[in-house]
Ligand binder design. Structure first.
Ligand SMILES: Nc1ncnc2c1ncn2[C@@H]1O[C@H](COP(=O)(O)OP(=O)(O)O)[C@@H](O)[C@H]1O
Ligand SMILES: [Mg+2]
Length: 579
């Protein structure tokens, strides 16, 4: 029930409303039930139909109390009246129960939505290095299955509380009739619940296992699907098929165990409760020689109390099955929030002079990339970085973007350290083209605007022209409205690159960063990009990693990055330059 506490703390008002409605519904049900005994007495002919002073017609204290209460309300004890009170009680109960269940449903939906949003926000605002360690599939799984299971657990918990309250009401009626019989029934109930608790434990274990297995399976699945082309090309899909099948089979095994323990709980509970009730009837009639109407109402009240108690346990079992998903998600959210990116500086960024890296040292965990790296990128110029792969070129870009921070030294914008600068504002001034050009499964226009309503088709066209892409886009079936396929699969590598370059240019950045973004271009588009770069130079600063001749020849300065240090080389003067 730690789970329910956690929910109650998160949604105090909704929970209070739900509990209030539940209590009112239970009260209404109690009122309806209380007339059962007088009703039976009338029906069995043991009642004269008139409430006499001293209540001679009553068979026990409880009935006396009920009859007095009805009397003071001016309700005559007649068959139609008793039936009306009974129906009225049940009707009221149903109305309140509906209100409670509506509240439960709304809250459950809120639980799922809030968890999803919290998770997404926490992950998106986490440090870049933390983000890199998160498998996409695990996140997808959290947002899909775990959030859903968490919200289902809330429903189960709330339903368990509903049933518990109803069990208590029936129990209370039974106690009013005979406290001894009720005490015996309570003991019996505890025995049944206790005996079958191991089934709940089995389910909880199965649920935990499913949580882990589902996360693994989804992470594996997404990973595989993202690199499916080489797998198919080399006929290796069976390999991954085996791995996926193993995970799926394990989930199946755990599901079977869960289904079995839930079915066993169903049958075992019913059998044990029936045995106890039969025993109770025998003892009440034969040994205590209680009146038949009293025994009948007792059986109804205790039978229903038992049945609700059983349902409480069933709901609790279901809750135990899904609970681990909630804790897994909560844990992941907490962890991601701990790793939140610090965007502390308050200084508004400017880029009028230069971006400078001053004696920068940086290491990934223990892998040192630089120690004492210095370079200078003049504002308004085109700077090209070259160097062998793994030299740290992308790392330099990440430092400039503020995605990672130097262990020593500083990244300066017009002489001010990036640490003191409003990083978000800085990133808004940047157009960035990554090394892997992956598009969204959407139209070309959406891939460029990313849904920004400020950007019009004219802006998109202008950006595409600058990126040397307008010619091929306008010739496509559908033009700007063509859907590019999964990860942009319907376009060639070079076409994708130009779309992504257009995306980077559409917001009129003051700094354009290209990470090997021109590697897949044919001579014509290369010439178009080069022309664009020449045109843009002076109006904005460009920092490009490229081994492309055009980008090297158009550059104002070329830095060669090697062995953790950067040195200026002149375009065309070094044998390592160019293709
Ligand atoms: N997130 C990371 N965690 C650990 N090591 C990394 C990470 N990113 C890059 N590296 C390592 O740092 C070095 C520089 O990487 P990178 O800057 O991407 O090189 P490149 O010059 O090819 O762009 C490489 O040896 C690479 O293996
Ligand atoms: Mg790189």
């Amino acid at each position: 029930m730690r789970l329910m506490q956690s929910f109650f703390r998160a949604y105090p008002l909704r929970t209070a409303l739900m509990l209030a409605a539940l209590l009112l519904s239970a009260l209404a049900e109690g009122v309806g039930l209380s007339v059962l005994l007088p009703l039976l007495n009338i029906a069995l002919g043991t009642d004269s139909g008139v409430s006499l002073p001293g209540n001679e017609a009553a068979t026990n204290d409880f009935e006396v109390t009920v009859r007095n209460a009805l009397d003071s309300l001016g309700i005559a004890i007649t068959l139609p009246n008793m039936l009306l009170v009974l129906v009225g009680g049940v009707a009221l109960k149903s109305v309140f129960l509906l209100m409670a269940q509506r509240q439960v449903g709304y809250t459950a939906a809120q639980v799922g939505t809030d968890l999803r949003l919290q998770m997404l926000r926490a992950i998106l605002h986490s440090k870049w290095e933390y983000f890199l360690h998160q498998p996409v599939g695990k996140l997808t799984n959290s947002l899909a299955t775990e959030a859903q299971r968490s919200s289902q657990s809330f429903v189960n918990g709330a339903t368990a509380i509903t049933f518990l309250i109803q069990a208590v009401i029936y129990g209370a009626v039974a106690v009013a009739l005979s406290w001894r019989a009720s005490l015996a029934a309570l003991v019996a109930g505890i025995v049944v619940i206790g005996l079958s608790h191991f089934l709940v434990r089995i389910t909880r274990k199965a649920g935990k296992k499913q949580t882990t297995l589902l996360a693994t399976l989804m992470a594996l699945l997404t990973d595989t699907l993202q690199s499916v082309k080489p797998l198919k090309a080399m006929a290796l899909e069976e390999l991954t098929d085996n791995v996926l099948a193993r995970a799926a089979n394990q989930i199946n095994k755990s599901l079977r165990r869960q289904v079995l323990s839930s079915a066993v709980l169903d049958s075992a509970q019913e059998l044990m409760f029936t045995v106890f009730i039969a025993l109770g009837i025998y003892v009440a009639l034969e040994m205590f020689s209680m009146e038949l109407p009293t025994v009948m109402v007792l059986v109804v009240a205790l039978g229903r109390a038992f049945s609700f108690l059983g349902k409480v346990q069933k709901q609790y079992q279901k809750l135990a099955q899904g609970e681990s998903a909630y804790w897994a998600m909560k844990g992941a959210i907490d962890e991601a929030e701990q790793a939140e990116e610090q965007l502390d500086g308050g200084i508004t960024p400017t880029l009028q002079q230069a971006i400078t890296l001053e004696n920068v040292a940086f290491a990934y965990d223990r892998h040192r990339v630089f120690s004492g790296l210095s370079l200078n990128i003049k504002a308004g110029s085109l700077t090209t970085l070259i160097g062998p792969s793994g030299a740290g070129k992308t790392t330099i870009l990440d430092l400039v973007l503020g995605l990672i921070r130097p262990d020593d030294g500083a990244v300066l914008l017009d002489g001010k350290s990036l640490q003191e600068i409003d990083i978000k504002a800085w990133r808004k001034m940047i157009g960035y083209v990554p090394q892997e050009t992956i598009l969204l499964h959407d139209t070309i226009e959406h891939n460029i605007t990313l849904g920004d309503p400020e950007l019009k088709s004219a802006d998109v066209e202008a950006a595409l022209r600058k990126a040397g892409a307008w010619e091929f886009v306008s010739a496509l079936p559908g033009g700007l409205d063509m859907v590019v396929g999964e990860r942009g699969g319907k376009l060639s590598g070079g076409q994708r690159q130009r779309i992504v370059i257009a995306r980077a240019l559409v917001n009129n950045p003051i700094l354009l960063i290209l990470d090997e973004a021109t590697s897949a271009l044919d001579p014509d588009s290369e010439a178009a990009i080069r022309q664009t770069m020449e045109d843009l130079k002076g109006r904005l600063s460009i920092l490009a990693i490229s081994h492309n001749k055009a980008m090297i020849q158009a550059a104002d300065q070329v830095y060669l990055l090697e062995n953790g240090s950067a040195r200026l080389v002149e375009a065309g003067s070094d044998s390592s330059l160019g293709k």
